[in-house]
Design a binder for this molecule. Structure first.
Ligand code: ATP
Length: 299
């Protein structure tokens, strides 16, 4: 586990982090969310001892993170930095060599990453000549070239078009599948909803929620029936149902238990009206907004 334990950081009187506690398991793509200024960058920098905490600690597999341990980590910071006059290929080889990878293996890895991330010009182009999106892919390749067991990325998807998002997504998912740690911050909630098995949401340096995405997005008491055909539902049939929303192709209703929801659905099934019947899945953007509003109202 990567553990954040009571992280507290003051800038003047203001806490950027306020007893922030959560953990990131291996083998999942983990999304780190929060409004602007919530403390995401400060938290990620704390992993690498780039901020001096006033209180609390970050541990990895139960140990404090020494320089030796952090060598196995990859960090893509907010402020990007590649040597603009170097070609992408040379840059990646150079970084791999810095990590002690052999010359031959460095080249193999660099060529493979350039190919997999579909970096324009096949790595032969100088960084400065690339479009912003391609520079971003090169930056991602630079983070992954050492094959880090823990990957931390600050806004890796900002500025990427949907195709590039898919390409980067494949990289991160594959690495999580291999058992690595993958943590990134993002304001692109649709991407996070699609990609991340777990998320943490913070605000004002405090944890709001940390959970499996599925658990967070499954409404406990709301169910949806997708209808076969259109407009065949009589008002009679809807009698006694705690209806939230009705359209020609679905009804959304509230039920106190799965049993009660099943009872409703069975009435529709008996009439051959049901295409599918499911617990209602919320949108991450709605959950995000509601949770932030809830916590701010309570402050
Ligand atoms: P964003 O989504 O806008 O990137 P963030 O969640 O990454 O925001 P941080 O950059 O961690 O937020 O900042 C958290 C708080 O700490 C903000 O109020 C910020 O102004 C403050 N802060 C961060 N670094 C410093 C610093 N070096 N000096 C003073 N205040 C700072």
């Amino acid at each position: 586990m990567l553990n954040f334990e009571n992280l507290t950081k003051l800038y003047g009187e203001r806490p950027a982090l306020d007893h922030l506690t959560f953990e990131v398991p291996p083998g999942v793509v983990f999304g780190f969310l929060g409004p602007n200024g919530a403390g995401k960058t400060t938290t990620m920098r704390a992993i690498f001892n780039l901020v001096t905490l006033d209180f609390g600690k970050v541990t990895y597999k139960g140990q404090p993170i020494t320089k030796g341990i952090a060598k196995n980590f990859g960090y893509m910071p907010e402020e990007r930095g590649l040597y603009s006059k170097m070609t992408v290929l040379d840059h990646l080889i150079y970084l791999a060599r810095l990590h002690g990878v052999s010359s031959n293996e460095s080249k193999i890895r660099a060529v493979r990453l350039i190919e997999e991330l579909e970096i324009k010009g096949g790595g032969g182009a100088k960084v400065e000549s690339l479009s912003l999106g391609n520079q971003q892919r090169a930056q991602i390749a630079a983070t992954l070239i050492s094959d880090p067991e823990l990957i931390v990325m600050d806004e890796p998807f900002s500025g990427l078009d949907p195709l590039s998002v898919e390409i980067v997504r494949r990289q991160l998912e594959e690495r999580a599948r291999r058992g690595n740690y993958v943590l990134f911050s993002s304001h692109q909630l649709e991407v996070v909803e699609d990609m991340c098995e777990e998320v943490a949401i913070i605000d004002s340096g405090q944890l709001i929620v940390s959970d499996k995405t599925d658990a967070l997005l499954t409404a406990q008491d709301q169910y949806v029936i997708n209808l076969v055909g259109e407009g065949k539902v009589s008002d009679d049939l809807l009698n006694g149902i705690d209806l939230i929303e009705r359209s020609p192709d679905h009804i959304l209703f509230r039920a106190a238990s799965l049993e009660e929801a099943n009872h409703v659905a069975s009435k529709f099934m008996a009439l051959g009206l049901v295409e599918s019947f499911l617990p209602y899945r919320l949108r991450l953007s709605d959950v995000f907004r509601e949770k932030i509003e809830e916590i701010r109202d309570g402050r």
